[in-house]
Design a protein around this ligand. Structure first.
Ligand code: R5P
Length: 307
C-alpha cells in the first residue's frame, strides 16, 4: 500500500499579521517561522528569516495585511517572498488579508496610474498562488500568471447577525458590491438587492434606494468590502431608514473606519458593524463585532496544497 503524506506547511507572517497567522497556522496544524524585522536609521526596512532550514522543499504560506502602513507592508511582503524564494521552497502561497490600493483599479481621470495593478503585479511575481480576502474588484486578477483566489467572507459576517433579525434583506450599496450580497444571500436563503444613487435636481442632495425590493418594515443587512470614511454606509443607512427600514446591520469585510467614521455610522441608525479580522489592529468599540475567518482561509490553503 502506498501512503501519501500531505506536505508540511510552514506559515510566515508579515510584521502586522502575527495574530491572524497564528490562528491560520493552528487550523493548518503548521508551524510559524520566525522573521526578524528592523528599520535602519535611514528608514529602510530589513528582514531575515531566522530558521532558513524550515523553508527548503516545503509549502510556504506567507500571510500579511496591507493596512495600516500600506507602503511599508508592500515592500515587506516583496522582501519576504524574495527571501523565501532564495531558500528553495516547494511552493509559495501568498495570503493578503487586506489589499491596499485595490480601489485604484482603473484610470478614473486621465493622467492617473493604476496603482492597484502595480501592487498586484508586483506581489504576484515569484509565487505560485495569490489569495486575497474580499478584493475590491476581481478585475485586478486579470492577466496575472499566478493562480488567484478571492476569499469572500460576507456569508460568515451575515451569519453572526441572523439571530438578531427577521427575514433580513441583504443590500449592497452599489452594483459593484452585488456579488457579496448574492454570496451571503444564497448561502442563507435570503433576498438580496443593490442600491442605486440619485441626485435631487433641485437640492443637489444625493440619495439612495434599492433597485427592486421594498425595504419598508424590513430588517436590512448592508454588505460591503471596505468601510473607510463611513460615508457610503451612513448615506445608505439614513436612506433606508427614510424608506421605512426597521433594524439595520452592517456586514463589511475590512473596517478601516478613518476619523469620525464610526460616529457617522452610529448616527445614521445602524445597530452594529460586523467585520472580519483582516487589518493590523482591532477597534475596541463594542459597536464593532469581529468574526474569525482563519478557518475559511485555512480551508482554501489546504485545498491548494493538495493539488
Ligand atoms: C467603494 O466602491 C467601496 O466598495 C466602498 O463602498 C468604499 O470604499 C467605502 O468608502 P467610504 O467608507 O469612505 O464611503
Amino acid at each position: 500500500m502506498i501512503t501519501v503524506s500531505l506536505p508540511i506547511i510552514v506559515v510566515v507572517n508579515g510584521v502586522q499579521a502575527k495574530r491572524q497567522a497564528e490562528n491560520i497556522a493552528k487550523h493548518l496544524n503548521s508551524r510559524i517561522v520566525n522573521v526578524q524585522y528592523k528599520v535602519f536609521p535611514d528608514g529602510e526596512n530589513y528582514l531575515r528569516i531566522m530558521n532558513p532550514e524550515e523553508i527548503y522543499d516545503r509549502e510556504i504560506v506567507v500571510i500579511n495585511t496591507m493596512y495600516p502602513r500600506q507602503n511599508d507592508s508592500f515592500i515587506e511582503t516583496l522582501m519576504l517572498v524574495d527571501a523565501i524564494k532564495r531558500l528553495n521552497p516547494s511552493r509559495i502561497h501568498l495570503v493578503i488579508l487586506y489589499l491596499a490600493y485595490a480601489r485604484q483599479d482603473k484610470v478614473f481621470l486621465q493622467g492617473e496610474p493604476v496603482t492597484g495593478r502595480i501592487v498586484i503585479e508586483s506581489l504576484s511575481r515569484d509565487i505560485n498562488s495569490l489569495l486575497v480576502v474580499d478584493i475590491h474588484s476581481t478585475s485586478l486578477f486579470n492577466g496575472l500568471n499566478t493562480s488567484t483566489h478571492n476569499i469572500l467572507v460576507t456569508d460568515l459576517l451575515v451569519e453572526r447577525i441572523l439571530n438578531k433579525v427577521e427575514k433580513p434583506l441583504i443590500l449592497a450599496p452599489d452594483k459593484g458590491a452585488l456579488h457579496r450580497a448574492r454570496q451571503a444571500a444564497e448561502k442563507h436563503g435570503l433576498e438580496y438587492d443593490y442600491m442605486v444613487k440619485h441626485r435631487d435636481r433641485i437640492t443637489g442632495e444625493i440619495y439612495m434606494e434599492p433597485k427592486e425590493i421594498n425595504v419598508n418594515n424590513r430588517d436590512i443587512i448592508i454588505v460591503d468590502d471596505i468601510i473607510s470614511t463611513g460615508g457610503t454606509i451612513a448615506l445608505a443607512a439614513r436612506n433606508m431608514k427614510k424608506l421605512g427600514a426597521r433594524k439595520i446591520y452592517v456586514a463589511a469585510t475590512h473596517s478601516l473606519l478613518i476619523g469620525n467614521a464610526l460616529e457617522k455610522i452610529k448616527a445614521s441608525g445602524v445597530e452594529r458593524i460586523i467585520t472580519a479580522d483582516t487589518l493590523g489592529f482591532k477597534h475596541s468599540d463594542p459597536f464593532i463585532e469581529y468574526v474569525d475567518i482563519s478557518d475559511r482561509i485555512a480551508t482554501v490553503i489546504n485545498n491548494l496544497v493538495k493539488q
